[in-house]
Every structure is written in C-alpha cells, then in structure tokens.
Design a protein around this ligand. Structure first.
Ligand SMILES: Cc1cc2nc3c(=O)[nH]c(=O)nc-3n(C[C@H](O)[C@H](O)[C@H](O)COP(=O)(O)OP(=O)(O)OC[C@H]3O[C@@H](n4cnc5c(N)ncnc54)[C@H](O)[C@@H]3O)c2cc1C
Ligand code: SF4
Length: 355
C-alpha cells in the first residue's frame, strides 16, 4: 500500500476545501493517483492495497454529519451519504416505504461489510472485472489506452448491454439497481455549490472513456440520496439476484422490479432495472411502458424482457447471461405481482402494510 497523507475534517465545508485544493476540479474523472474521500473503506482500501489506486492523500469523511435518514416534505426520504448500508436496509422508514431498496442492499456483500459500507461509497464502488484488479494486465479502466484484457479473455462476469470495444465491465452494486428503479436523485456538493443528479445520469456507459465511471467531478462530495415518494410500488416489488453461490457473491444478473397493480388486476405502472449486465444499472422506461394496462403474466412479462434485452451481445463465456436475464426478468415480475416479501417475511398483498 502506498504512503498517503490523511485528513479527518469535522465539517462538509472543510472537507470540500481540502479536496478542492488538491483535486483536478472539473476534469470529470477521478484519476488513479488523486486525493480521495474515504468512507467505509471497504472498496478503496482494497484497491490501494492491490496497487490499482495510488491515492497520495485521503480525506476521511466519517466525522461529517451525513449519516441521517429523514423524510422529505414531498413524502420521500433523504438517505445520508454516510448512513451505513445495514442501517439503511433495516431503517423502519426504508423497510416500510422502500422494501425494494431494503431487499437489494441485503442481497449484497456480507453483514460485516454492510455494517461498514456507506451509501455514498456504494454508488462509487468500482467494477469487479478481474483484469482491472490485476495490475499485470492491460485495462483501459485502470490505465487509459492500455487495452482491454477482457476482450478476448475470460468474460463470464462481463456485460451484455451497452458495452464498447474499450470496456465490457459491469457495475457491481445491488443497491444501485434498486435506486435506478426508484428514480433516486444523488445530492452532491463542492466548493462551487450544490447540485442534484438524477440516477439515470449518474453512472456512465464506457464509450471511449471507461476510466470515468460517473458524472461526479473529482472534487464533489455525495451528501445524500433522495428517494421520491413511491407508495404505489410498495405492495408489489421484488429484488432477484442470481449469482454463483447464495451469499457473498456479486450478481451474474439481478432484477429490481416494482409494479403498481390497479383494483382491476391490471398493471398501471412498472419499474424494472437490471444489474450485472452493463457498466451501469440498466433501465429502459420505454420497455416498462409495454406493461401499462397489461394483465400480469408470462406473455406481458416476456414481451418486456425481450425489449429490455434488445441488442444484448455475449462474448462466448457470458452468452448464458442473455437467456438467464430473460428468465430472471420474467421471474422477478411474477414475484412482484404476487406481493412484496418484506424483511420480516411478510407478503404485503396478503398481510397488509409492512410491519
Ligand atoms: C468481499 C466483498 C464483497 C462485496 N459484495 C458486494 C455485493 O454483493 N453487492 C454490492 O452491491 N456490493 C458488494 N461489495 C461492495 C461494497 O458494497 C462496497 O465496497 C461498499 O458499498 C463501498 O462503500 P464504502 O463506504 O466502504 O466506500 P469506500 O471504499 O470508502 O469508497 C469507495 C469510493 O467512493 C468514494 N466515496 C465514498 N464516499 C463518498 C462520498 N460521500 N462522496 C464522494 N466520494 C465518496 C471514495 O473516494 C472511493 O473512491 C462487496 C465488497 C467486498 C469487499
Ligand atoms: S472490461 Fe473494462 S475493466 Fe475489464 S479489462 Fe476491459 S477495460 Fe478493464
């Protein structure tokens, strides 16, 4: 691990001042060799130990007052960037109003990791492409212009949608898949002021700059994640994660599905996001619209799955992801249509409101 300077400011303002004085503000990329914020450290410290990230200066943000979870005036929730993943998943307001998010967070990592991992850090965790972690191999994400070892290499975990010749990595987060479906908004701040980034515009596709994961500038701090009011999806949501083993593994494919089913039994609105298939959580609102007015069932669910996977491309070892994703979308929509299962094991359709 490289030697690094260390600051532990007490206020957002002083953290922003330290980072602004040292970061290449406005470049749109967090260079491998730049000053970094550190929260739970569960991803950043691994990257530093492996020599993938060589941060000469860390700004520890754990003393900043950003760990609360509170209702917003418009009926939504604001999740603090420093609220831990476990505290978020088990928070009564999250369990009651956003069971999809709670389920997605609990499908990730392990209890110990979720106790350390912060919400802001979860959004910025880096890909699990094994070549990215292996500094002996070319990787455009780690070393721009060096090439992509996965192209023509081992691709079992890699993307089938939105890839480029420069990178076929996936985004590894479970939490982010639910946040995409729930249309979250990321609140960020720098010395230049505050701004809000809709979730669909937060993560990037690789294009010819796979080293840039997000639209966050290097000197910007995530302060919170806003969840709009989503009462109509509470009773019919499901997070389905398919992976190599039942716990402690990243998704091969995951699906966050939420349905608003009317009194007539037909679908009034749908939200679907996919994980494990692209460089960012994959969502196509135009595909979701195919479910509006439809009766829940194989035919409608298959139609939307085909639309979501339009243009999917395997690279040999990950060809299996295309039928796997189709089956997972159909299954997750069936699960959602049958009623949300809460952390307490309650089916909201059969038992009323979440406990
Ligand atoms: C063995 C293992 C298994 C895992 N399995 C899963 C899984 O199945 N599913 C899943 O979703 N995740 C999984 N994870 C990833 C885990 O969820 C992330 O490591 C964690 O969420 C990162 O949060 P953190 O607070 O520790 O971030 P850190 O490691 O502290 O930071 C990560 C990045 O975010 C930046 N950062 C942190 N906070 C802020 C902020 N507020 N503003 C701006 N920048 C910030 C840091 O500078 C750094 O670049 C796993 C991790 C490990 C080690
Ligand atoms: S897929 Fe992306 S992260 Fe993996 S080796 Fe290629 S450029 Fe690097």
């Amino acid at each position: 691990m490289n030697p690094f300077a260390y600051d532990r400011p007490d206020s957002v303002e002083s953290a922003l001042q330290v980072i602004a004085a040292n970061a290449a503000a406005g470049t749109g990329t967090a260079n491998q060799h730049e000053i970094r914020f550190v929260a739970g450290g569960t991803n950043l410290l691994d990257l530093m130990k492996e020599g993938v990230t060589i941060a000469p200066h860390l700004v520890d943000i754990n003393r900043l007052p950003l760990a609360s979870i509170a209702q917003t005036p418009d009926g939504g929730l604001l999740l603090g960037a420093l609220a831990r993943n476990a505290d978020t998943a088990y928070h009564p307001l999250v369990e009651q109003h956003y069971p999809l998010l709670s389920a997605a967070i609990l499908a990730g990592a392990s209890p110990q990791l979720r106790n350390m991992a912060s919400n802001g850090g979860n959004l910025l965790q880096r890909t699990r492409c094994w070549y990215f972690y292996d500094v002996a191999t070319p990787c455009n994400k780690r070393e721009p212009g060096s090439g992509c070892s996965a192209n023509g290499g081992i691709t079992r975990q890699h993307a089938i949608l939105g890839t480029s010749e420069h990178c076929i990595a996936t985004h590894p987060s479970d939490m982010c898949v639910a946040l995409a479906a729930l249309e979250a908004v990321v609140h960020v701040q720098s010395v230049r002021g505050k701004r809000e980034i809709p979730f669909a515009g937060f993560h990037r596709l690789p294009g010819d700059r796979p080293d840039i994961d997000t639209t966050l500038a290097p000197d910007e701090l995530i302060t919170g994640i806003a969840l709009p009011e989503a009462a109509r999806f509470v009773r019919h949501s499901a997070y389905l994660k398919l992976r190599e083993r039942l716990s402690y593994a990243f998704a091969l494919v995951s699906v966050a599905a939420a349905l608003d089913i009317g009194a007539d039994g037909r679908i009034a609105a749908a939200r679907i996001a996919l994980g494990g298939v692209a460089h960012k959580p994959w969502r196509l609102p135009e595909a979701e619209q195919l479910l509006e007015g439809a009766e829940p069932g194989d035919e409608a669910f298959g139609r939307v799955a085909d639309a979501l996977l339009h243009g999917a491309l395997g690279r040999g070892a990950n060809d299996f992801k295309i039928p796997l994703a189709r089956n997972a979308i159909v299954r997750a929509l069936h699960m959602a249509s049958q009623g949300t299962v809460t952390n307490g094991g309650m089916n909201q359709t059969n038992h009323g409101e979440a406990q």
